[in-house]
Design a protein around this ligand. Structure first.
Ligand SMILES: Cc1cc2nc3c(=O)[nH]c(=O)nc-3n(C[C@H](O)[C@H](O)[C@H](O)COP(=O)(O)OP(=O)(O)OC[C@H]3O[C@@H](n4cnc5c(N)ncnc54)[C@H](O)[C@@H]3O)c2cc1C
Length: 293
């Protein structure tokens, strides 16, 4: 890649002949085609009672780099996936007292059953990207098959393939330590700042006070949260639940505007949320661009 422009793109808007892009420094350029591969940072999701609270009291796992600042503090962690479970382990190892709140009845840990992961059974049940459970993994690995399935199956398998779970190697670091307690089947219903701490109420009526809440509650794709997409452009993109509807070349309903990565998951399935999806996506995109230039 000889030419990489490292400036932030502040705005992309429909122009008279294609798109007009404005950089953070105010310079504008025109382009006939735009590929949005801007990641998931703006999609960080926080459950309702924990939104709009000061950053010193509530943060998302994506906002934390060094958990050692929580040494000696009481921290509530919310979630049941790798972000929440690994944050709980790292907080505990940094010397914090951790309460992990999981709304489902149990925490799922990922273990490979030896029998199912041996030749010749493994290649029948699981395709190499290894995203999704037995058999479904084969469909997930073939996004062009996936997008031809009935919508109901796509939605069901999409959720099943990325349900919250923790890697098996993490379990002893959360389970066998005295400073992590796991509360399952409970949700936080309200949170209020009290004297520099946070008073939490749970759905069973019980109360807790903690120094901080760390939400490991994942990401919810919603392209309207890409601040650089201009209003006129955004209004022209056909979308479902925040995901753009894409054709075989990852092109949205606006000709020349493509989306890669997690926003492509509604059209091409859960593989698009992983690095392993990049090979399929980049080839399909390159083919479509070459054919239409
Ligand atoms: C906790 C976690 C664990 C994961 N673990 C795995 C794993 O084990 N295996 C796996 O395959 N995948 C994993 N993933 C997913 C993987 O990280 C993503 O699939 C991959 O990073 C997506 O690549 P991307 O290029 O779409 O987005 P990103 O890697 O997020 O890149 C987006 C880029 O766009 C830039 N950008 C954004 N907005 C602008 C703008 N306005 N102007 C200019 N540049 C901009 C950003 O600076 C960034 O460089 C994980 C994700 C998370 C959150």
């Amino acid at each position: 890649m000889p030419e990489v422009d490292r400036r932030e793109v502040a705005q992309v808007e429909l122009g008279s002949d294609g798109f007009q892009l404005m950089f953070g420094d105010g310079e504008r350029i025109k382009s006939r085609r735009v590929v949005v591969a801007a990641g998931i940072a703006p999609f960080a999701s926080r459950p309702e009672p924990l939104r709009n609270l000061p950053r010193e009291l509530v943060s998302h796992s994506s906002e934390e780099r060094d958990l050692s600042r929580f040494a000696g503090k009481e921290v509530a962690v919310v979630g049941a996936g790798q972000s929440a479970l690994e944050s709980a382990a790292l907080l505990s190892e940094a010397g914090a007292k951790v309460q992990l709140f999981v709304r489902c009845p149990l925490v799922h840990w990922l273990w490979q059953r030896p029998l199912l992961h041996k030749w010749p059974i493994k290649p029948i049940l699981y395709a190499p990207p290894d995203v999704g459970p037995a058999f479904i993994s084969q469909i997930v690995a073939r996004p062009n098959w996936y997008r031809r399935m009935r919508r109901g199956w796509q939605d069901k398998w999409g959720i099943r393939s990325i349900r919250p779970a923790g890697a098996g190697w993490l379990k002893p670091r959360v389970d066998n330590v005295s400073n992590v307690s796991i509360v399952t089947g409970r949700s936080i219903t309200s949170a209020a700042p009290v004297g520099g701490r946070l008073a939490l109420k749970l759905d069973d009526g019980s109360e807790r006070t903690v120094d901080h809440v760390l939400t490991g509650t994942g990401y919810r794709v919603d392209i309207s949260r890409y601040a650089f997409l201009g209003r006129k452009l955004l209004a022209s993109i056909r979308h479902v639940d925040g995901y753009p509807q894409l054709d075989a070349g990852f092109q949205s309903s606006v000709p020349g505007l493509h989306f890669l990565g997690a926003p492509a998951a509604w059209s091409f399935g859960p593989l698009m949320r992983f690095v392993a999806g990049a090979e399929f996506a980049s080839r399909a995109l390159a083919r479509a661009v070459a054919e239409n230039n």
